[in-house]
Design a protein around this ligand. Structure first.
Ligand SMILES: *Cc1c(COP(=O)(O)O)cnc(C)c1O
Length: 392
């Protein structure tokens, strides 16, 4: 049975729907809508909630449904909804769960756009408490009778702090709250989020799922009641649905995701151990290194240190820029999860809008460089990064 398949098999085959032509590759249904043979058939289609009752691409599309079914199969949830971007998915997940007067507890180690969504919800009367997500006692202390959602990135961007999904889930569930996890940095390959107690799991599929830096996408995963109930209702009526073309790109990405992500993580581990202790660094941050504050948790939760490495250079912004400008293989950009290795200077790019104080709070020093390891040859990456460190 397909539900018994191991993940590499599911990544290739799950969710595939073949048309009457029996095409090999997943078909792309680049269509906004569907034609009905009669008025009665149209009426029936609008009444029916069958898995193949498609009526309008904002509500669902066969290519998008293949992507959703494949994502749910690999994550181990009952259902999934494809969204236009990671942020459409996060906005949908949070907004569909709260109303004025409700309370959200969230880890302050967070992507700037996620903070913005919380700020917007705050303007509509949702109370938000930002805490240090790595401190379980802070989660307990922040819970209130009206807490509806506990929200966090399981591995934070860009500081690579690891948050305990099982620990937060125990606290949240004891207080009647739903756990929403932004699992982007873990990637679906290193996710055990369902088993650890998360209720709603969100990915920016722009990252490891596409894996080629081509298109934006996102997905929300959870129970069928939640996904086809409040989540789908919110996203389909507010315009955040995934494009069929992007779903088709993502289906192709999924087929090779396990191979890519494991190669990326092996490169990340090789680079982190090769440069740990380098004289130019305050520290090399990688959850797979023994000196990482949540090393044991990372290994238990993900079974890997992941695909991301952060370096804190001693010479601040000037040293970071010399390092970046000396790189030959690793590209300067701001995506992650790509097959190409990418280095980012968060303080002047992705996190430039934060105040100095907020940047310090989430560990973004002027010398911090975040590297998303690609699938290039590991020895070439180690040599490139070592040479750039020498030039810094
Ligand atoms: C990239 C990212 C997002 C947003 O995803 P988009 O696809 O760019 O909208 C959200 N959370 C994290 C942790 C991310 O890395």
């Amino acid at each position: 049975m397909s539900s018994d398949w191991n993940r590499r098999t599911k990544l290739v085959h799950s969710g595939t729907r073949r048309s009457q032509y029996g095409e090999m590759a997943e078909a792309i249904f680049l269509t906004q809508g569907f034609v009905y043979p009669s008025a009665e058939a149209a009426e029936a289609r609008f009444l029916g909630a069958g898995a193949d009752d498609f009526i309008y691409a904002r509500y669902g599309n066969p290519t998008v449904r293949m992507f959703e079914d494949r994502m749910a199969a690999i994550e181990g949830t009952e259902d999934a909804f494809g969204c236009a971007s990671g942020m459409a998915a996060i906005n949908g997940a949070l907004t569909s769960l709260v109303k004025a007067g409700d309370h959200i507890v969230a880890a302050r180690q967070m992507f700037g756009s996620c903070l913005h969504v919380l700020k917007v919800l705050g303007g509509f009367g949702v109370e938000v408490s930002l805490i240090d997500g790595t401190d379980l006692s802070a989660w307990s202390a922040a819970m209130r009778p009206n807490t509806k959602v506990c929200f966090f990135e399981s591995v934070s961007n860009p500081g690579l702090e690891v948050i305990d999904i099982a620990g937060v889930s125990r606290i949240a569930h004891a207080g009647g709250a739903v756990v929403v996890v932004d699992n982007a940095f873990s990637s679906p390959i290193f996710s055990r989020a369902v088993e650890l107690g998360a209720d709603v799991i969100v990915y920016s599929t722009t990252k490891h799922v596409d894996g080629g830096g081509r298109v934006l996408g996102g997905v929300v995963l959870g129970t069928r009641d939640y996904i086809r109930g409040p989540l789908e209702t919110y996203v389909k009526h507010t315009g955040g649905a995934m494009s069929p073309f992007h779903a088709w790109i993502m289906l192709n990405g999924l087929q090779t995701m396990d191979l890519r992500v494991r190669a990326q993580a092996a490169n990340a581990a090789a680079v982190a151990s090769a440069i740990a202790g380098d004289v130019k660094l305050n520290r090399a941050i990688y959850p797979g290194l023994m000196d990482h504050p949540q090393h044991a948790l990372a290994m238990d939760q993900m079974g890997s240190g992941g695909t991301m490495v952060a370096l804190d250079l001693k010479g601040g912004k000037e040293a970071a820029f010399r390092f970046l400008n000396a790189l030959e293989v690793v590209l300067i950009s701001n995506n992650l999860g790509d097959a190409r290795s990418i280095a980012t200077h968060p303080a002047t790019t992705t996190h430039k809008n934060l105040s100095d104080e907020d940047r310090a709070l989430v560990g973004i020093t002027p010398g911090l460089v975040r590297i998303s390891m690609g699938i290039e040859d590991g020895a070439d990456l180690v040599a490139d990064i070592r040479r750039a460190l020498a030039a810094a």
